[in-house]
Write a protein that binds this ligand. Structure first.
Ligand code: ADP
Ligand code: MG
Length: 232
């Protein structure tokens, strides 16, 4: 039997936000998840249920109060900022609801950026950025800046950028949340195609049921914990 590799494991995550006047929000209360190479996982839950908190912790953008996170088997809780940045840069791709592209850079330059940070030489990274923009279906947008592109096109650039350093996993937080129905569907189908054809592992946080329906696995976040959903 073939053993699937766990690219991401998180065990018993807790996160409390402390506000003024002693007010505390217990966003995660023992959330656990395992993601295997080639998975396409959707995480669903209403607004305020802790989806972004979870994804930020899984993506090493935030730290849990307790619990463990392993990326490719490496325990990451307790690593220093430089070590975390390095793992983020090489192993994790991010896609956000608002694309988060750099406005003064062209599409090509936005995709090059993570490769610049990773020390990829200029010729090689331009070649790869071009290939990635072809892969996401917008080769003609190379020289365009974000404000010269539609939302769907900007999200394609963001997906290309997420793939730049060949990450072990791509984490997407409401990637269709800002798009119309048609563009949403195109973006989901693009991510699915990348998953099926290139075995890219995705974890997609969404409250869009059309996205969740297409995922191989669906987890629901409820009371700060994750539950595997058998039927939608
Ligand atoms: N930086 C923060 N400071 C205080 N409370 C926060 C912060 N971020 C999120 N929260 C609270 O934590 C809970 C979960 O939020 P979030 O993870 O953003 O949920 P979702 O992404 O599912 O909408 C909410 O009650 C939210 O108000
Ligand atoms: Mg959110």
């Amino acid at each position: 039997m073939e053993m699937k590799k766990a690219v991401l494991r998180a065990i018993n995550l807790h996160k409390v936000y402390r506000m003024g006047k002693g007010v505390r929000v217990h966003a995660l209360r023992g959330a656990s998840i395992e993601v295997y190479e080639g998975d396409f996982v959707a995480i669903i839950g209403p607004s305020g249920s802790g989806k972004t908190t979870l994804l930020n912790i899984l993506g090493l953008l935030d730290v849990p109060d307790s619990g463990e996170v392993f990326i490719d088997g490496i325990p990451v809780v307790g690593l220093d900022d430089d070590e975390l940045s390095e793992i983020r840069l090489r192993k994790i791709g991010f896609v956000f609801q608002h694309y988060n592209l750099i406005p003064i850079l062209t599409a090509l330059e936005n995709v090059e950026l993570p490769m610049i940070l990773a020390g990829v030489p200029p010729k090689k990274r331009v070649e790869r950025a071009r290939e990635l923009l072809r892969m996401v279906g917008i080769p003609e947008m190379e020289e365009h800046k974000p404000n010269e592109m539609s939302g769907g096109q900007q999200q394609r650039v963001a997906i290309a950028r997420a793939l730049a350093n060949e990450p072990s996993i791509v984490l997407a937080d409401e990637p269709t949340g800002n798009l119309d129905t048609k563009s949403s569907e195109e973006i989901v189908n693009l991510m699915l195609r990348l998953n099926r054809e290139r075995n890219i592992t995705f974890v997609v946080v969404t409250h869009d049921m059309d996205v969740a329906k297409k995922a191989d696995r669906v987890l629901r976040i409820r009371d700060g914990k994750l539950y595997e959903v058998k039927e939608l």
